[in-house]
Ligand binder design. Structure first.
Ligand code: SF4
Length: 320
């Protein structure tokens, strides 16, 4: 394997190319199948103009079966499916720990699992009744899902278990609306697949959150801003209520290889800020910029802290 090997055209060859570049990159140590990998409290503007307090739980489960070019979430996963009962136990632990630190219960619950909630290898379907029951004490439940798993037989039974008192929001990665780049990201979807899944979600009266990458590989800085804005438009046209802008970050081996070939570099901070400003000023829904690992975008500590403050304020106020 060499960094100079070009990125392949076929799906199977890409999977192998991406996997080969993981060598030497460790998974997170000490993940336990009965403990969440992390949990935190955050807040977000709600659709009514207030602020919702949110408990976000990062579940520990089996790695996602897709091999997206930019993904490093596999680092926080296990190689095998967790036993039935382990995921509800993880949620119990997070709820108990949250209760110790916060006397008031969060309004929303996010269950993020570094993959798809409706992938039965990750979250056993036998655990759905317990999970739905626990989620019923929240106003809203947000879960991630690959667009190809948005299907009647997966989502509707869980939605019925959840009941009408808790709003179900599905978070889908569009990544980019650029047709060729989307294909090369190896996610196994095209714009039409995404559109169909999004319409299914809205048709079944659920909410849609969309992840958009800012500056995926193969785009220069000005193309990156143009396509972040076009992706925001596309996501809103598909019925998105919320869009989360994710600056593309290296760290999975594959992006480092592309960087050596001049086919990837992280976005400049101003590209992220401009995309956020564009999305917010549209007024079509809530748009957030992801602020995790911002130092990869802005290594200067003072400028990074000021960038973080500006992004967090824009996220919270939905105003630039
Ligand atoms: S579908 Fe999501 S979790 Fe799975 S490899 Fe792609 S980006 Fe990663």
């Amino acid at each position: 394997m060499s960094d100079l090997d070009p990125y392949p055209d076929s799906r199977a060859a890409r999977d192998a190319w991406i996997l080969a570049r993981r060598v030497g990159i460790a998974r997170t140590e000490k993940l336990h199948p009965r403990h969440p990998s992390h949990w935190l409290r955050e807040s977000e503007p709600d659709p009514a103009g207030g602020q919702a307090s949110i408990l976000t739980v990062f579940l520990t489960n089996k790695e996602c079966p897709w091999r997206c070019l930019m993904c490093d979430l596999w680092r926080h996963t296990l190689e095998e499916t967790v036993p039935v009962g382990a995921i509800p136990e993880q949620l119990d632990r997070a709820l108990a720990a949250d209760q110790v630190e916060h006397p008031r219960r969060a309004q929303w619950l996010k269950l993020y699992n570094a993959g798809s909630f409706f992938d039965s290898q990750a979250i056993p379907a036998a655990d759905w009744p317990k999970l739905a029951l626990k989620a019923q004490s929240f106003e809203r439940l947000v879960v991630e899902c690959h667009p190809k798993l948005i299907r009647d037989d997966r989502i509707l039974p869980f939605h019925r278990l959840l009941g009408s008192g808790t709003r179900l929001e599905l978070a889908l990665g569009l990544e980019t609306a650029h047709p060729e780049v989307l294909e090369r990201l190896n996610k196994g979807i095209d714009r039409e697949t995404f559109q169909r899944s999004a319409h299914w979600i809205r048709h079944h009266d659920m909410d849609l959150r969309v992840f958009v990458l800012v500056k995926p590989p193969f785009l220069n800085e000005s193309e990156a801003l143009e396509w972040a804005c076009r992706s925001i438009d596309f996501a809103f046209d598909c019925g998105a209520n919320t869009i989360s802008l994710i600056p593309t970050r290296s760290g999975n081996g594959a992006l480092e290889s592309l960087a050596t070939r001049g086919e990837f570099a992280p976005p400049r901070p101003e590209t992220l800020e401009s995309a956020l400003a564009y999305g917010i000023q549209l007024g079509r829904g809530r748009v957030f910029a992801d602020t995790w690992d911002l130092e990869k975008l802005e290594p200067d500590a003072i400028r990074c802290s000021s960038l973080r403050a500006r992004l967090e304020e824009a996220n919270q106020m939905q105003r630039i």
